[in-house]
Design a protein around this ligand. Structure first.
Ligand code: SF4
Length: 373
């Protein structure tokens, strides 16, 4: 099993909170970028060996900015050069303003079978300070447009911990997405990253994100509301109807191999991690001149231990202790910390796994760091 991630490094606008890699001025080199990414895909096809491709994920950036024939050219290349695509989950990240009837029909016709839509908020004011390219009305309408075109596997992204977001308003956001009949929800706490416009807004006092208590309350409320509606809370930020959990993202957390194509894309093969340079011009130039367009590292035992813990603790299936102890034997400190967290009811330990509880998920990063090698 393996996955392919295609990073489309273009966006219409720069969202104020975003620190992903993208460019808003790409018209002049759009074609050259896509050609370079095609070449990278072909050059690296042997890296996945005979593995069957279980998932293809168009992320970014804003892949819904690509024309359907541009998306199709990637899929055709993958179909002709990789194995086992017939049942693959093929996801397109899409912004609400790109979701039109014509686009959805075209996406369906080329084989996209899952949409991940960045709704973020239904409050117009939030979308304004976020500098999103869509309106609250578009957030309301886009899902039904996609459903009418035949999409039956739709994920939406929401952000909580927003400035002045009351629990009642957050509950209303959740009720709205539940009413849309979607299959999957990813919810992220607003994070203020340095070098973003949001960082400036917050440091200058123009905007105050929700405090820790509000964030925790909104997270727990989300968990309770969605699980009571039959959603499986399978990863800290992700909820899916049973059988419709994201295959691509789940495979990241399970340590399945994946190939990342395009500027800033990451790849992993169980031993080595590799990441392409997050610079559009340099990525294209270095690739074209046969220079190295990526950096890589072989994971040490310590890194593998820490990564297994970090990713496993975020999931509902937890950390597989046998896998962990194959990397190194547990120390006394590790056992003592585990016991302490168990007594606090932040985690449960079965014969084979360690799994965070509902409250433990609020402390996931802290717990992981205490159990690191
Ligand atoms: S559309 Fe997505 S990738 Fe582009 S700036 Fe906004 S959040 Fe970032």
């Amino acid at each position: 099993m393996a996955g392919i991630y295609i990073h489309v490094p273009f966006c219409k606008k720069k969202c104020s909170y975003c620190d992903f890699h993208f460019s808003t001025t790409f018209a002049a080199y759009r074609e050259r970028m896509l050609d370079t990414m095609h070449s990278e895909l072909l050059l690296r096809k042997s890296e996945l060996g005979d593995n069957s491709i279980e998932s293809i994920y168009f992320g970014g950036g804003t892949p819904s900015l690509l024309l359907s024939n541009e998306l199709h050219s990637f899929l055709t290349l993958i179909h002709t050069n990789f194995n086992g695509l017939d049942t693959a989950e093929i996801t397109l990240e899409a912004n609400p303003d790109d979701i039109t009837e014509a686009n959805c029909i075209a996406w369906k016709s080329i084989g996209i079978n899952r949409l991940s839509i960045g709704l973020q908020s239904f409050r117009e004011n939030d979308l304004t300070w976020m500098n999103r390219s869509h309106s609250a009305l578009e957030a309301e309408q886009c899902v039904s447009i996609a459903q009418a075109a035949g999409f039956s596997n739709i994920s939406v992204d929401l952000i909580y911990g927003l400035p002045d977001l009351s629990l009642e308003e957050w509950d209303a956001h959740i009720a709205r997405v539940l009413g849309m009949g979607i299959q999957h929800i990813s919810a992220y706490c607003l994070t203020v990253e340095k070098k973003t416009a949001l960082y400036k807004l917050v440091s200058s006092g123009q905007l105050t994100p929700g405090g820790d208590d509000a964030q925790s309350e909104q997270f727990l409320h989300l968990t309770d509301r969605l699980t009571s509606h039959g959603f499986h809370h399978y990863e800290i930020s992700n909820f899916g109807l049973p059988g419709l959990e994201a295959i691509h993202n789940s495979n990241y957390w399970k340590g399945v191999n994946y190939l990342g194509i395009g500027p800033s894309a990451h790849s992993y093969n169980g031993i080595e991690r590799r990441w392409n340079m997050a610079n559009n011009a340099k990525y294209m130039a270095d690739f074209g001149q046969n220079e190295t367009w990526f950096e890589q590292e072989i994971l040490t035992s310590k890194e593998r231990w820490n990564e297994l813990l970090m990713t496993g603790l975020r999931t509902s299936w937890g950390v597989n202790l046998q896998d962990l102890f194959q990397i190194a034997a547990p120390t006394k400190d590790f056992e003592a910390n585990l016991k302490g967290f168990e007594e606090k009811k932040w985690l449960v330990k079965t014969d084979t796994h360690v799994i965070l509880t509902r409250e433990g998920r609020l402390m996931a990063d802290y717990i992981a760091s205490e159990l690191f090698m």
